[in-house]
Design a protein around this ligand. Structure first.
Ligand code: AMP
Length: 216
């Protein structure tokens, strides 16, 4: 099954995608994570994206489409993938349709994670990630079981995204509203849009997503 998790920054797309990945053996394709890896490696693409990501604006479509097209073509995606952070514009959505058609794949479902805008900044500024295994945490909503130690790999090093601050969130939200939200009617028109309550507790959100996907 190939799906998109769609929602504003802080909606919980990454958290739920990580869970789907380990539970249903689908591959999480996070374009934000891919860009952060490119920036860390100092690649040409990473250098091009750096300033844009830091500002909270969107990286140009052509770069993003190239990145995801290569990734979707890899063998591990054959068993199903979860797009987390892509597409974010109508041009990206159309490019996705074309690349799936070309490779004989299809998009099964788009899951909208509905959230109150007021909650998003608090969610985003409180989050941090294990520097070693990438598990996501939150100061208020999901602390490690033992403070300072990753539940999954035991690492004591954590990182925070420089763009997870209140100021940059304003630009990221504006980009979401102007460029990404119009994808909801696009996918509704195709009859594949489902909605879950992204304000519910993390386990409940997961239960709703799982129910939509596999009916259990
Ligand atoms: P995310 O981790 O999904 O919040 O993405 C972090 C940042 O990466 C965004 O604010 C954008 O600057 C950039 N980005 C990620 N995915 C895309 C995309 N599909 N199109 C354009 N820019 C993106």
């Amino acid at each position: 099954m190939n799906i998109i998790l769609l929602g504003p920054p802080g909606a919980g797309k990454g958290t739920q995608a990580q869970r789907l990945q380990s539970d249903l053996s689908m591959v999480q394709l996070s374009t934000g994570d891919m860009l952060r890896a490119e920036m860390k490696s100092g690649s040409v693409l990473g250098e091009q994206a750096k300033g844009i990501v830091a500002s909270g604006k969107l990286v140009p479509d052509a770069l993003m489409v190239g990145l995801i097209e290569d990734r979707i073509a890899r063998p591990d995606c054959a068993g199903g993938f979860i797009l987390d952070g892509f597409p974010r514009t109508e041009a990206q959505a159309q490019a996705l349709d074309t690349m799936l058609e070309k490779t004989g794949k299809k998009l099964d479902m788009v899951i909208e994670m509905e959230v109150d805008e007021a909650a998003l900044t608090e969610r985003v500024v409180g989050r941090f990630t294990c520097a070693k295994c990438g598990t996501g945490y939150h100061e208020t909503f999901k602390r490690p079981k033992v403070d300072g130690i990753c539940d999954v790999c035991g690492s004591t090093e954590f990182t925070r995204r420089p763009d997870d601050n209140a100021e940059t969130m304003k630009t990221r939200m504006a980009a979401y509203r102007a460029q990404t939200e119009p994808l909801l009617p696009y996918y509704r028109g195709k009859g594949i849009l489902k909605k879950v309550d992204g304000m519910a507790a993390m386990d409940e959100v997961y239960r709703q997503i799982r129910a939509v996907l596999v009916g259990a």
